[in-house]
Design a protein around this ligand. Sequence first.
Ligand code: ADP
Ligand code: MG
Length: 242
Amino acid sequence: STGQPSSGQLITGQLSTGQLTRPAVQLRELTRSFDGRTVLDGIDLDLPAGQFTALLGHSGSGKSTLLRAIAGLDQKVTGSGRLTAPERLSVVFQDARLLPWRRVLDNVLLGTDGEEKGRAALAEVGLKGRELAWPNELSGGEAQRAALARSLVREPELLLADEPFGALDALTRIKMRALLRELWERHRPSVLLVTHDVDEAIVLADRVLVLDRGRIGVDLTVDRSRPRGEYRSRLLGALGVT
Ligand code: ADP
Ligand code: MG
């Protein structure tokens, strides 16, 4: 159902939500400009259900803009296609965005019921015993674990993550990568992970996209039986790093 993109407004009924379970996301001619400067220039993208996809790109290439559009948070994007219904979607940002006046478990449960599920999610991310801690008692890594638990408990069809480990130290980042992959293997949401780290993309994702000049310049499938170095040099080349 491809429609004509118009300028300035999201076309309700064309970029609609909740009508599809497969693929999780389907975008046609997605376009977004800021003050006459085109950041997303007619993007076509399908995210199949259950796929782990990474989105690479230079700083300022429009990764967060694309993620916000897919999250349904941008009313000014144009194009057509289908998004995941908001209630089937979770978003994780670079900062955990926990509410400081609520304990960890209450942050996880926010807007949902089922305390047992919340406790189970915290146990899954390694925060068993920290249910009653306050957010400011958590390290950066622990806060991101809590943010992942908050996402999990909603059993999302699509998990969007915008540089979720970007603010963490190198060792914590490695642990969190492993945790994210493990959670994905267990629950199988579609994941779109925005990162500027080529190695993170290759280690985690089964498909890697590069956003360049408003378009998806590279769309490659990662075969885990092949040496990572091949993908690494291709992706670095696509990013203009040689
Ligand atoms: P990335 O996440 O890849 O670093 P962004 O999506 O944040 O890039 O930004 C892409 C471009 O769009 C940047 O040039 C940025 O300045 C611009 N941009 C993003 N959001 C806005 C906004 N709300 N108003 C004006 N310009 C914006
Ligand atoms: Mg960004």
